[in-house]
Ligand binder design. Structure first.
Ligand code: DC
Length: 238
């Protein structure tokens, strides 16, 4: 059988709402498989930060679209960790705030922003044997032909508890109820927007993670992905 990976990379699409475990899962898969990892949310966050740095309001869609040709986003791996560079500067610490989560969700509803980011994401997925992209619309819009789509879900309280723990590990105190309501608001925002809303692709495998540990979740998804990859390499995709 022909080895398809020589022709086109094996794209794994991981979608789901905020706090559903996409990042941990995608990073673990990337390191187990030696694939490129692309955090597409970081790109929307970087655009939101760029708008803020330039004093442009997200309400002003025309001005946001006009800014896009000047946005220079690169995702780089530094010492095993992925970092988001904006105009060559590492902006990881600046884009992970609650303020930027909300701003990224708002800016991601603007069609010209989505177009520019989808283009960037498609290019970022090329160039290796395979890539794992995590986001909201990877399986539906960015790589609709991906042979391996996973849609993660978990209840809002569980997702808020995970986020709280992550923040506390970084030494940032966090209130569970505040995080929960922010997560629920972002869910509504991301699912209700007109363009490329958060949605499970019809051929995505839904994985419910409310009652699983992250280790269980990763090992279950890894074995699922390995089966798909094996089929893909043998040219045996359903
Ligand atoms: O995954 P994240 O929390 O870093 O994403 C931040 C926001 O970016 C999210 O609320 C919606 C938007 N986003 C999107 O619209 N499409 C993607 N593929 C990824 C993120």
């Amino acid at each position: 059988m022909e080895d398809c990976t020589k022709e086109s990379p094996f794209i794994i699409a991981i979608d789901g709402p905020a706090g559903s475990g996409k990042t941990t899962t995608a990073k673990a898969l990337a390191s187990a498989l030696g694939f490129i990892y692309v955090d597409t949310g970081a790109m929307y966050r970087a655009v939101a930060l760029f708008a803020q740095q330039n004093g442009v309001s997200i309400e002003d869609r025309e001005a946001i679209c006009a800014l896009l040709p000047d946005v220079d986003i690169q995702l780089e791996r530094i010492g095993g960790e992925q970092h988001t560079l904006l105009g060559g500067e590492n902006v990881e610490a600046h884009i992970r705030t609650q303020e930027m989560s909300k701003a990224a969700s708002d800016i991601s509803a603007i069609p010209c922003v989505r177009e520019a980011m989808v283009d960037l994401q498609r290019r970022a997925g090329q160039g290796g044997a395979g890539a794992i992209l995590e986001g909201r619309d990877i399986g539906t819009v960015v790589f609709p032909d991906s042979p391996c789509k996973v849609f993660l879900v978990a209840d809002a309280l569980t997702r808020a508890q995970r986020r709280k723990l992550q923040l506390e590990e970084k030494g940032i105190p966090a209130d569970l109820e505040t995080i929960r309501s922010e997560i629920e608001e972002r869910d509504r925002n991301d699912s209700a927007r007109e363009h490329s809303p958060l949605r499970k692709a019809p051929d995505a495998i839904e994985v419910e993670t409310t009652n699983t540990t992250i280790d269980e979740q990763v090992s279950m998804i890894l074995s699922l992905v390995r089966r798909r990859l094996d089929q893909f390499r043998k040219g045996n995709m359903p």
